[in-house]
Design a binder for this molecule. Structure first.
Ligand SMILES: O=C(O)CCC(=O)C(=O)O
Ligand SMILES: [Fe+2]
Length: 345
């Protein structure tokens, strides 16, 4: 495809500490200016919000640290999913995604059913295992059962704590994001009570494993933007490239960090806001080793309205499309081509 990605520009992807955003008290501390520690905490909060704003206006990607997901929880999740993928195909096929009305479960390489858009003439050399949210109180056709191995709960007990911890970090990001675009601090949080979150675990083949005997050309994951709200990624090795400033830039894994990016829903939702969020093109290239990644797609409650009240809108409000969808869930159904699920809502 289009040449090598640049590693020397990775510093353009900012890093944000979530410590002040994970702490719900830090905003109130602002009024208590007498304490030094409270003002340094407030500074940390505004620093985080300013870097999120900068990232959203420029690259559309940022690393997060102090995100509350422990190394042990992340390592367990990677170990468990590597073990799952290392099984024979017949074993993995017992959890085939085609058995699930929500397409959750295992997708083999040859199925080609992954979250990314297909690139004409190319196939993605990766397999995936997908889970999503189960319990919910409101009406959402995008919540439902996951498929797990029946014999033992090793996979489930390693993946669920990771998914939960990352959703918590995603809420902290959402809080910062609201402040970054001049919305009330809780604007997104109030719409993430029963989020339509999904976790996609991926194994990309090493180049030497990629089939060469067919007409097909292969990629890890073709260039695409994510269609949802926020994506939080952990990767065990390099492979992700981000298109920024007219070039592909490497976004390698960094110990202790997660990588966040904004999807098309965030861009669409912010059309009326004072700051427009950027959904950036990215791709994955296969390398000399198999690569694993854990991707959490954090989307709002199915029935969440994407309307932004006029008092929080930007000056030059030219509302193009943001009123087109009844709710965030309907936006997703339409983008994922799952409109038929709507009959159930
Ligand atoms: O595996 C990765 O690093 C990125 C995956 C991705 O972009 C996606 O699933 O949308
Ligand atoms: Fe993506």
């Amino acid at each position: 495809m289009s040449g090598h990605a640049l590693l020397d520009r990775v510093s353009e992807i900012p890093t944000v500490s979530l410590s002040a955003l994970l702490d719900p008290g830090s905003l109130e501390m602002d009024v208590d200016a007498s304490s030094e520690s409270s003002s340094s905490s407030t500074n940390l909060l505004y620093e985080a919000v300013a870097s999120i704003r900068h990232a959203c206006l420029t690259v559309g990607f940022f690393y997060i640290k102090d995100h509350g997901v422990s190394d042990a929880v992340m390592q367990n999740a990677f170990d468990a999913i590597k073990k799952f993928f290392a099984q024979p195909t017949e074993e993995k096929r017992r959890l085939d995604a085609t058995q699930s009305p929500l397409y959750r479960g295992y997708n083999a390489i040859e199925d080609g059913k992954h979250n990314c858009k297909r690139t004409e003439g190319y196939r993605d050399a990766k397999e995936s295992f997908v889970i999503g949210m189960t319990e919910q109180h409101g009406s959402s056709p995008m919540h439902g059962a996951n498929q797990w191995p029946e014999e033992n709960d090793e996979l489930k007990s390693a993946i669920e704590p990771y998914f939960e911890a990352v959703r918590k970090s995603a809420r902290a990001v959402a809080r910062g994001l609201a402040m970054a675009i001049d919305l009330p601090e809780n604007y997104f949080l109030e719409r993430l009570r029963e989020p339509v979150a999904q976790m996609v675990m991926l194994r990309y083949q090493a180049l030497h494993e990629v089939a060469t005997n067919s007409e097909d050309k292969w990629l890890g994951c073709g260039p695409h933007t994510d269609c949802g709200f926020l994506t939080l990624l952990a990767q065990d090795s390099q492979g992700l490239d981000v298109f920024t400033g007219g070039e592909w830039v490497c976004a390698p894994s960094k110990p202790g960090h997660l990588l966040v990016n904004l999807g098309d829903m965030a861009a669409y939702w912010s059309e009326k806001a004072s700051v427009k969020l950027k959904s950036t093109l990215h791709r994955v290239t296969n390398g000399s080793h198999a690569r694993h990644s854990l991707v959490v797609f954090m989307n709002p409650d199915f029935e969440a309205s994407m309307d932004i009240p006029d008092e929080h809108a930007g000056d030059s409000v030219e509302r193009k499309s943001s009123g087109e969808y009844r709710s965030a869930g309907h936006y997703l159904l339409s983008r994922l081509g799952l409109m038929w699920l709507d009959d159930k809502s």
